[in-house]
Design a protein around this ligand. Structure first.
Ligand SMILES: [Zn+2]
Length: 441
């Protein structure tokens, strides 16, 4: 079902989302954009040393010219300064007629994790709210929670552990996200850090707190039995959606097939995606900073694709990547919409050029349909792309360049090639058999 397909051209954006109209709600993915050193960004950038060159005990000192980060950030383990965040928001405010709402896949605070308190993490949320209110006050924002949101990082105690409390964070999130969520959704934000809402008739967004599968969350050593009943709650929400004929988009921070997601949680989530393959039409993750995807296959024969998740790149350039955001064009909003993603347009900031010129220019990057010659963006198309990459090394190298946000790459061979291909087909963590079923080595 490709309703509206003929209308999907780059730059052809339909404003508004009135029921009954064929509009193309788009959304913006942002993963770990900013928010540290808030109002002191300029001074901090001038004095900033990439984090890998300093330790917790080093005394402050003046960096040399080659150690200084650029005005808009730096590829060397340096998160987004406020100048980069302001550049992005200013740019988005000028193109805001091209999207109807925004999704964020988590991780707001930066990587100076040794230097963060609970108060700091809440302050980051407040600064982000201020940016949205200043530049995009009328755009709904739907988010999921990242592992960096807590203090210490990764610390998300399940409610079965009475000596610990994560209420300080979930309450702050409810306040931050509350502008765009109904009271019923805020109740689950406060209890478990996630929500389920229907922003348009026939369409549902479910935000899952998958910090309860994070292997870095040491509280799970005490109790890993579906912490906060997140998966049980998810099944209930998906069943209600199926009963109503709704289509669902899932928001998760940690890609569930990655090694950061514990095996049992990942295994159960994989089965849930299988059961509700006709209801879950798209999934959106963050966490990795890079631009790729993760396949889900039929859990009986493992050859039939049943779903996939977009893994969003980041705005932070740390880790040798360029800042990126995306606009997804979807089939909607009219009665019977499939809510499938029809195309994805990526936009990037060439950080080297921005720092040299002092003038940040966000440019068009690519559409996977055009660049990788994909007829559509269903799970079967992404599965086909993986198969084509196996036999077409030029295509694999091209994919790897765009996976790394256009930062120049060495030729990807050997372990790099194996990791790249296996990562794409492993929607279930710690299961190397999945890769052997799909990739010939
Ligand atoms: Zn993360």
């Amino acid at each position: 079902m490709w309703h509206g397909r003929a209308a999907v051209q780059r730059g052809d954006h339909v404003r508004g989302c009135q029921p009954g109209n064929r509009s193309q709600p788009s959304l913006w993915h942002r993963h770990r954009c900013l928010v540290w050193h808030t109002l002191q960004s300029r001074r901090d950038v001038e004095r900033y040393l990439p984090t890998h060159t300093k330790t917790r005990t080093q005394a402050p000192h003046t960096p040399t010219d080659t150690q200084k980060a650029g005005k808009y950030g730096d590829y060397r383990s340096c998160d987004a300064p406020m100048s980069l965040a302001e550049s992005l928001f200013s740019h988005l405010s000028m193109v805001q007629d091209q999207f109807d709402y925004i999704i964020m896949t988590g991780d707001v605070p930066a990587h100076d994790t040794w230097n963060q308190s609970k108060t700091d993490q809440i302050a980051h949320l407040v600064v982000l709210d201020q940016l949205f209110n200043t530049y995009l006050p009328n755009k709904p924002v739907y988010s999921c929670i990242g592992n960096h949101e807590s203090s210490p990082m990764h610390s998300f105690p399940p409610p079965t552990i009475p000596v610990a409390d994560i209420g300080w964070l979930y309450g702050a999130l409810a306040q931050s996200w509350g502008k765009w969520l109904p009271q019923s959704a805020l109740e689950t934000v406060v209890s478990c850090g996630g929500f389920s809402i229907s922003p348009f008739p026939g369409f549902r967004i479910i935000s899952i707190n998958d910090n309860y599968c994070n292997k870095g969350n040491l509280w799970l050593l005490l109790d890993t039995r579906d912490p906060c009943n997140v998966l049980q709650w998810l099944i209930g929400e998906l069943q209600k959606a199926e009963d109503k004929g709704e289509k669902v988009h899932m928001l998760l921070h940690i890609p569930p097939g990655e090694g950061d997601c514990l095996k049992a949680w990942s295994y159960n989530y994989f089965n849930i995606v299988n059961r509700y393959e006709n209801t879950i039409v798209n999934q959106f993750y963050g966490h990795s900073h890079k631009d790729w995807f993760e396949m889900f296959y039929d859990n009986v024969n493992f050859q039939r694709p049943v779903g996939f998740g977009f893994i969003a790149p980041s705005v932070t350039p740390g880790g040798q990547i360029n800042p990126i955001y995306k606009i997804y064009t979807m089939d909607g909003n009219y009665t019977g919409s499939s809510w499938a993603v029809l195309d994805v347009d990526s936009y990037y900031l060439n950080l080297t050029e921005a720092n040299l010129s002092g003038n940040p220019v966000w440019k068009y990057e690519f559409s996977p349909r055009q660049l990788f010659k994909m007829p559509s963006l269903y799970a079967a198309d992404w599965d086909n792309l993986v198969q084509r990459m196996e036999g077409d090394d030029d295509l694999l190298q091209l994919f790897n360049l765009y996976k790394n946000n256009l930062y120049p790459q060495d030729k990807c061979t050997g372990t790099c090639r194996t990791d790249l291909l296996c990562g794409l087909v492993e929607g279930r963590s710690y299961d190397p058999e999945l890769c052997k079923k799909h990739i010939d080595f």
